[in-house]
Design a protein. Structure first.
Ligand code: BG6
Length: 483
């Protein structure tokens, strides 16, 4: 399969927090891969901006080290790396002070796309935005990219939106949720809206329930201080899982256009019902074997922060009346496995006697690893012996559909290129983020007021026992967490 590379304009991308972890792990190696794929037009530049006093060459050495560590080994080509780092520059800058801004001003060029990536703590967004404005570094065509966490509740998200809106229009603000850059997540829209097969069945009449699982094997490790202010609800549900839910539940947008898509997602978020306490299970992983537990990473030995959460959620609209969406995400679980499973209802009338062999149709959309889709269908068990039924997968693994030699961009690469192209479809709009917090806040306030403690679970398990009950009491069960 020959990939179609959509050309991008010449750009200057300034990365605030250019020496930070995200830049090192994702942004810079990702840009290198796009450079290699021919998507960085000649003359485009990447400018790292951070507090450290570095020369261009010293920063280039850091970029080389980041590529060596985080770009795929098969893509490491010394000549290409040399050509790439030649596009890289550095400016030492004080985000809250005065130094460095005049230099950055002098580096700006006319007639190229200017993009500013705020890969810094949200407390610095306002300082950077106002300095970009005051020094006339940002022009009306400039774009800014902001990372999660976008606030920690509705009030702080609103405050951030206001700070950014002082100097930038909504069309200039790209709020990243890297889940939207994942191949399969976008495929969800293609599957729904580019096929006639599924959409007629995509409603309460035919769907029994939906499961969304984002299971991780990693723990919080060095991120305990951040995680204690966050927890799985803020870290994963308010953003990533909410986005997945939206893409499953939204109405067809009239066009694949940024605002048309985001309008439909917003309607879903607004239709989410409040979640009663009995539909929430929170967990925290214990220590096990030689492995540390959550509390070993927390600064608070009595932390009640959840590293796992399961929720039963309802979308209160015509299409989804009575269909539960079961969401779960957690760290230190038995496998890294993220998937969406849509379980369809039983046929209206059973003509076969083999009730034992019978299973519902399930559409499984696998986000990672082994991206792809499986449609579980019933067939006759081959061979003699009467009409016995069995379930088999109609298997569509995306890896098979993609040529091995092709350089499939990862989520960050794709999203950064969308910023340069000026396409906001896969970025969250301000009202969307606020609506997501408006739904999340009362859930968190609820458990804080009640003083709920998370249930502990064993590392390497499927999560807390109570999460099983969340489905069992509805006569359903979670799918197994496996790679
Ligand atoms: C991040 C969270 O946004 O997403 C992390 O802060 C989490 O806690 C990560 O581990 C998961 O991303 P991915 O792409 O590995 O599924």
């Amino acid at each position: 399969m020959v990939s179609r590379v959509i050309p991008v304009d010449v750009f200057d991308l300034v990365i605030f927090g250019g020496t930070g972890d995200l830049a090192r792990r994702k942004i810079l190696p990702g840009l290198y891969r796009r450079f290699m794929a021919g998507q960085m037009p000649a003359d485009s530049r990447i400018i790292g901006a951070a507090r450290a006093d570095l020369t261009d060459d010293a920063f280039r050495d850091q970029v080389r080290a980041a590529i060596a560590e985080f770009a795929p080994k098969a893509r490491q080509d010394a000549a290409v790396i040399d050509a790439f780092v030649a596009r890289i520059h550095y400016v030492a800058i004080d985000a809250t002070g005065t130094s460095g801004w005049a230099k950055l001003t002098g580096m700006m060029r006319d007639n190229v796309v200017r993009a500013f990536y705020f890969s810094v703590a949200p407390s610095l967004f306002g300082d950077i935005a106002s300095r970009l404005h005051d020094h006339a570094i940002a022009d009306p065509w400039s774009r800014i990219v902001v990372e999660k966490p976008f606030g920690r509740d509705l009030a702080s998200a609103r405050a951030l939106n206001e700070v950014l809106a002082r100097h930038f229009t909504e069309a200039q603000i790209y709020r990243i949720d890297h889940y939207l850059g994942k191949e399969t997540v976008q495929n969800l829209m293609a599957v729904r809206f580019a096929n006639i097969l599924f959409e007629p069945l995509w409603k309460a009449e035919y769907i029994d329930h939906v499961q969304i699982t984002v299971a991780e094997t990693v723990g919080v490790n060095g991120r305990g201080a951040y995680y204690d202010t966050s927890g799985a609800m803020r870290d994963m549900v308010q953003n990533h899982m909410m986005q997945l839910l939206c893409l499953i539940a939204m109405e067809p947008p009239y066009h694949f256009d940024p605002d048309a898509v985001r309008d439909e997602k917003l309607k879903v978020i607004r239709a989410l019902k409040p979640v009663p306490p009995e539909n929430i299970v929170r967990g925290q992983y214990a220590a096990g074997g030689n492995e540390s537990g959550y509390l070993d990473h927390s600064e608070n030995p009595a932390s009640r922060t959840e590293s796992y959460i399961a929720l039963k959620v309802h979308v209160s609209n015509w299409r989804w009346q009575g269909v539960p969406f079961y969401l779960r995400t957690g760290k230190r679980l038995r496998a890294r496995a993220s998937e969406i499973a849509i379980t369809f209802k039983q046929p209206p009338h059973a003509i076969f006697d083999d009730a034992k062999g019978w299973h519902e149709n399930v559409l499984v959309i696998r986000l990672q690893p082994n991206e792809g889709m499986n449609l579980m269908v019933m067939i006759k068990e081959p061979g003699p012996g009467g009409m016995r039924l069995m379930q088999v997968p109609l298997d569509m693994s995306f890896a098979d559909a993609i040529d091995d030699g092709e350089d499939v961009p990862d989520a960050y690469e794709r999203l950064i290129m969308d910023v340069i192209r000026g396409n906001q479809t896969l970025f969250m709009r301000g009202d969307e983020v606020e609506a997501a917090w408006a739904w999340t806040d009362p859930i968190i306030e609820g458990w804080e007021t009640r003083g709920d403690r998370p249930q502990t679970y064993d590392p390497g398990s499927s999560g807390p026992e109570d999460a099983l009950m969340l489905m069992h009491r509805d006569g359903r069960r979670w799918r197994e967490i496996k790679e």
